[in-house]
Design a protein around this ligand. Structure first.
Ligand code: NAD
Ligand code: TYD
Length: 350
C-alpha cells in the first residue's frame, strides 16, 4: 500500500450519517490507517446510523449526536474528541424541501456553518466546507463555472449553501482562518436518501410505480460517483490550500430523462412509467463546473464511469430492502406522497 500523504490524525466529520458523509468516512478510515474519526450528526430525517454500519476501521470511529447550529453541542464534541481538522458536510440538502420551508436551511446551512467556523477559529483548526455547483445557479449558456464565477443561486438550498461559502471566505480573509471550500456536481451511489432522483426512481421503477419527471426532463446534471467525490475531499483535506475553492466534476452532462431511462434499463422497468409532472419552481436547466485547476493542483480525477456506476447503484437499492425500510421514516414518506400528489394534480388539465 502507498504511504498516505501527511494528514491530520483526528478528524471530526459533520453529517457523516448522511449519503456523502458516510462515503467520505469510509474512505478516510481506510485510506489513513492511523486516523481517528468522529461523526458529528444531528440524525435529522436524512441521517441514519445504518449508514455507519460495517465501517472499515470501525474501532477508530466514534459517533456523537449533535447539532451544528448549537454552539454547546459543538464545543462539547471539540472538548471530548480534540479534533485536528473538521470536514463539514452536515446540511439540509433537498431543494424541493427548501422551497416549501426555508427555516431549517437557514439554521443549519448558514448559522450552523458560522458556529463551526467560530469553533475552528478558537481551536486553530482547518475546516473543509463541502459545497455545491448549485451556488452558481443556472449555467444555461453552457459556460462552465470557475471558482471565481459570481454566485447566483436560484433556490433557498443553493442560497443558503452560498451564504455558508461566503462566511467561510470572510473568515479566511478577516481572521486568516484555514478554510478550504469544495464545490461538486450531483452525486450518485449507495446510501442516498430515496427523495433524490436516482434512488427514488430506482425504487419506483422496480415497484412499477409512475416515475415523476419535473417539467420536460431536459434539465442537465453532471453526475459524479460519490466515491470519486470522497476521494477529492480527502485530497482537499490533506493538500488543499487555505482560502481556495476546489471543483469536482465528471464533465459529462446528461438530461434527467436520459438518467431515468438508464434507471429503467437497469431495473428492468418499462419506460412508459415515465410521467411528466409539474416543474420545480425556479428549476435550473444546467449545471457545469470547470475543474481543471483541481485536477492539476490536487492530482484528482474521477475513476468511475457513469454507465457502469448507474447499473451498480440501481442494483444496490434493489438489493438492500432492509436499508430502504430503515431510512423511510414518516418524515420521508409523508413528504414524498404530498410532493407527488401536488405536482401530478397541478399538471393535470382541469
Ligand atoms: P444528506 O441529506 O444525505 O445528509 C445530510 C446529513 O447532515 C444527515 O446525516 C443529517 O442528519 C445531517 N444534518 C442535517 N442538519 C444537521 C445539523 N443541524 N447538525 C448536524 N447534522 C445535521 O446530504 P448529502 O447529499 O450527503 O450532502 C452532504 C453535503 O454535500 C451537503 O453539505 C451538500 O450540500 C453537499 N453536496 C451534496 C451533493 C449531492 O449531490 N448530494 C452535491 C454537492 C454537494
Ligand atoms: P435531485 O436529486 O433532487 O438533486 P438536485 O435538485 O440537488 O439537483 O434532482 C436531480 C434532478 O432531477 C433535478 O433537475 C430535479 C429532477 N427531479 C425530477 O425530475 N423528479 C423527481 O422526482 C426528483 C426528486 C428530481
Amino acid at each position: 500500500m502507498a504511504t498516505p500523504p501527511p494528514h491530520p490524525r483526528r478528524v471530526l466529520v459533520t453529517g457523516a450519517a448522511g449519503f456523502i458523509g458516510s462515503a467520505f468516512l469510509r474512505q478516510l478510515l481506510s485510506a489513513w490507517p492511523d486516523v481517528q474519526a468522529m461523526t458529528f450528526d444531528a440524525l435529522t430525517y436524512a441521517g441514519h446510523r445504518e449508514n455507519l454500519e460495517d465501517l472499515p476501521g470501525a474501532e477508530r470511529h466514534t459517533f456523537r449526536q449533535g447539532d451544528v447550529a448549537e454552539g454547546e453541542d459543538v464545543a462539547r464534541a471539540f472538548a471530548d474528541f480534540a479534533p485536528e481538522a473538521v470536514v463539514h458536510l452536515a446540511a439540509e440538502t433537498h431543494v424541493d424541501r427548501s422551497i416549501l420551508d426555508p427555516a431549517p436551511f437557514l439554521r443549519t446551512n448558514v448559522h450552523g456553518t458560522q458556529v463551526l467556523l467560530d469553533a475552528c477559529r478558537t481551536a486553530g483548526l482547518r475546516l473543509v466546507l463541502v459545497s455545491t455547483d448549485e451556488v452558481y445557479g443556472d449555467r444555461s449558456d453552457g459556460v462552465p463555472a470557475t471558482p471565481t464565477t459570481a454566485l447566483r443561486p436560484s433556490n433557498t438550498y443553493a442560497a443558503t449553501k452560498a451564504a455558508g461559502d461566503l462566511l467561510a471566505l470572510a473568515a479566511w480573509r478577516t481572521h486568516g482562518q484555514d478554510v478550504v471550500i469544495t464545490r461538486c456536481t450531483n452525486n450518485y451511489g449507495p446510501r442516498q436518501l430515496p427523495e433524490k432522483l436516482i434512488p427514488l426512481m430506482s425504487l419506483r421503477a422496480r415497484a412499477g410505480e409512475p416515475l415523476p419527471i419535473y417539467g420536460d426532463g431536459l434539465q442537465v446534471r453532471d453526475w459524479l460517483h460519490v466515491d470519486d467525490h470522497a476521494a477529492g475531499l480527502l485530497a482537499a483535506l490533506a493538500r488543499g490550500e487555505a482560502g481556495r475553492v476546489y471543483h469536482f466534476a465528471a464533465n459529462r452532462g446528461r438530461t434527467n430523462l436520459e438518467v431515468v431511462q438508464a434507471i429503467c434499463a437497469a431495473a428492468g422497468a418499462d419506460e412508459r412509467l415515465i410521467e411528466h409532472v409539474e416543474d420545480r419552481p425556479g428549476h435550473d436547466r444546467l449545471y457545469t463546473l470547470d475543474d481543471d485547476a483541481t485536477r492539476r493542483d490536487l492530482d484528482w480525477a474521477p475513476r468511475r464511469a457513469f454507465k457502469a456506476g448507474i447499473g451498480e447503484t440501481v442494483a444496490w437499492y434493489l438489493e438492500n430492502p432492509a436499508w430502504c425500510r430503515a431510512v423511510a421514516g414518516e418524515g420521508l414518506t409523508t413528504f414524498l406522497e404530498a410532493n407527488y400528489r401536488d405536482r401530478q394534480a397541478a399538471e393535470r388539465p382541469s
